[in-house]
Design a protein around this ligand. Structure first.
Ligand SMILES: *Cc1c(COP(=O)(O)O)cnc(C)c1O
Length: 379
């Protein structure tokens, strides 16, 4: 958490809306992940926040990366330049997984020279990869329960577990190699049973595939979903890790390398937004504040991520229930209808913490309002 006087000082210096990235917090989050899951290599899911400085800091702290488009792939690849070429192939797999199960032909053509590790979940994709990226390694994405996750991620992607071994067979018959399995239990998963069920499903498929003669699978990708501590009800990573470590040990052979794709967990708490009050009105007996950032910009997670970001004032004083709106002309641009705020004046600053994931990443230029300016601390 960034000290309030520093937030105010930065806002004064740089103006608002201001998106502040705390690199020390990024490093702490990664260190916490590694501490509790020492045998799981984190591949940061770049889509959560693709700021190049975040990629750089996490790379230097030992993270690998999950990318889902060729521009994201390039963004990460820029950071791993300068390594000896002979290390490159293993190094790519150690550092990047292309975890979008559906890839356009053009994207496959662009990826192929890098011999990437890619996920897939259907027959059509096997033929496409064989034809346009024959040097790719394959990771089969499974459909797993997403019960109770804040953001559901299994309705769009994932092979039915019942089809998995047949898909593995078809992949090998096509002349591609299945390197392992992956899944995603849903973003901000506070129901840890999702992970237990997914691990058990994956273990069954590993076993059945080995029985049917497909013994090359060495990777288990347990995806993202690690919950950020938005409120006190979210159980700490330590508790989830205890379950994961014991299930992985119980269910999988020792030679299986385990990787994960944390997005939110690494960035959510590392960023803070500071905005200014630009308008004030009373409507239907409710105080309404208009601020210079909204759901088309840093607060986009309210729409796309089903997330809530409390808006807080620096000012103290008696509070009332207020509405807080963004600056655009769209009524959808509503940050909150029930925010407890003191009496604020035009120009007063407000802030929202834990706003690093799926926020700035999905900012638009809608209505001519540009995304918040980004500043870095502890870089
Ligand atoms: C979005 C996504 C992630 C990151 O998920 P979090 O819940 O933010 O950890 C990881 N893997 C895949 C395939 C994703 O689509």
């Amino acid at each position: 958490m960034i000290a309030k006087p520093l937030l105010q000082k930065l806002a004064k210096e740089h103006g608002t809306p201001l998106f502040i990235i705390d690199h020390a917090q990024l490093r702490r989050n990664l260190a916490e992940f590694k501490r509790w899951l020492p045998h799981v290599q984190p591949y940061y899911a770049v889509k959560a926040n693709a700021h190049p400085a975040i990629v750089k800091t996490l790379y230097e702290a030992g993270a690998s990366f999950d990318v889902a488009s060729f521009p994201e792939f390039k963004l990460v690849h820029e950071n791993i330049k300068g390594l000896p070429d002979k290390a490159r192939q293993d190094f790519i797999w150690d550092k990047i997984i292309y975890a979008n199960p559906i890839k356009a032909i053009e994207t496959l053509r662009e990826l192929d020279p890098y011999k990437p590790l890619v996920t897939y979940d259907n027959y059509e994709e096997i033929l496409k990869v064989k034809k346009y990226a024959p040097h790719a390694g394959m990771v089969l994405r499974l459909k797993v329960p997403n019960t109770g996750a804040m953001v559901e991620l299994s309705s769009k992607f994932g092979a039915n577990p019942g089809d998995a071994v047949n898909l593995i067979e078809a992949t090998e018959k096509a002349g591609l190699t299945v390197e392992g399995l992956s899944f995603h239990v849903g973003s901000q998963t506070t129901n840890f049973q999702n992970y237990v069920q997914a691990l058990n499903m994956a273990a069954d498929i590993f076993k059945e595939a080995r029985l049917r003669g497909y013994k090359k699978m060495k990777q288990l990708d347990i995806g993202g979903g690690f919950p950020a501590p938005y409120d006190a009800n979210v159980k700490p990573l330590r508790e989830l890790a205890k379950i994961l470590n014991s299930e992985i040990k119980r269910l999988f052979p020792k030679d299986v390398a385990v990787l994960a794709e944390p997005g939110r967990f690494l960035v959510a708490t590392a960023c803070t937004l500071v905005a200014s009050v630009i308008g004030k009105a009373d409507r239907d007996n409710k105080r309404c504040y208009y601020i210079n950032d909204g759901v088309y910009h840093t607060y986009s997670g309210i729409i796309f991520d089903h997330c809530k970001y409390p808006v807080k004032a620096f000012k103290r004083g008696p509070t009332q229930i207020c509405a807080v709106f963004g600056p655009t002309c769209d009524a959808l641009d509503t940050i909150s209808l029930t925010e407890e705020l003191p009496e604020l004046n035009l120009g007063d600053l407000v802030y929202s913490e834990n706003i690093g994931a799926y926020s700035h990443a999905s900012s638009t230029n809608f209505n001519g309002f540009p995304p918040a300016k980004v500043v870095h601390i502890n870089q």
